[in-house]
Design a protein around this ligand. Structure first.
Ligand code: DX5
Ligand code: ZN
Length: 212
């Protein structure tokens, strides 16, 4: 079985202290920094873009896991690569030519992931999954932190795992020490956690996820 990785989402960090928050989360034992980019179109909320990511790039050497919740993400892939992304995740629902967008991401030498909204079936990635480094199963509707875990996500994780035995499976939304265990059992190995990590002692919260 794959090692469990924890990817705290800076969506729940103090934006006025973003650099220090990234340093603190690195010290606390995070594996990735999960970076939620929202455009107010694909999702009903706006966060930040490539310049903000670039500004925190020199604060840590951890993997920058960039989750693009934006329409037509192919327009900005190069910008996010230049800003320091190590993994770029696009939504299957947001790009008309998913295969082309995946190849574009990989052409820059960074890892490629595809995310599925709660209502999107796994079939949407059936013909591209072998090209992917990571599949992101959304366990809430994207747009906000602090929402409740959607239980159907467990079945979806199992379906993705049945389709491909080696791809990284990331779960995002409502992950706590109470919901992470069933996701691990279903076959996921990378866990985004926003409100859970940032609402307590970062090190203790990350540890409690790894111990589940
Ligand atoms: C939701 C974002 C998540 C969010 C998770 O649209 O993609 O990464 O930060 O927050 P929690 O862990 O609080 O559900
Ligand atoms: Zn996310």
């Amino acid at each position: 079985k794959k090692d469990i990785k924890i990817a705290p989402s800076i969506l729940s960090a103090d934006f006025s202290q973003l650099g220090n928050e990234v340093i603190a989360i690195d010290k606390a034992g995070a594996d990735y920094i999960h970076i939620d980019v929202m455009d107010g179109m694909f999702v009903p909320n706006i966060t930040f873009g490539a310049p903000v990511i670039k500004a925190i790039r020199n604060k840590t050497s951890l993997v920058f896991d960039v989750h693009l919740m934006i329409e037509a993400p192919e327009r900005y892939i190069e910008d996010f690569v230049k800003a320091g992304a190590d993994i770029i995740v696009v939504h299957a629902e947001a790009t008309k030519h998913l295969h082309r967008t995946i190849q574009l991401i990989k052409s820059f030498g960074v890892k490629a992931g595809v995310s599925l909204n709660p209502a999107t079936p796994v079939e949407a990635i059936k013909y591209v999954i072998d090209d992917l480094d990571m599949v992101l199963v959304m366990s809430v509707n994207p747009g906000f932190g602090g929402q409740k875990f959607i239980e159907n996500s467990i079945q979806k994780i199992q379906e993705v795992r049945n389709l491909n035995n080696t791809v990284d499976i990331q779960v995002d939304g409502g992950i706590t020490n109470e919901t992470i265990g069933k996701c691990i059992d279903a076959g996921a190995n990378i866990f985004v956690a926003g409100s859970y990590v940032f609402s307590g002692n970062y090190e203790e919260r990350i540890k409690s996820l790894k111990e589940r």
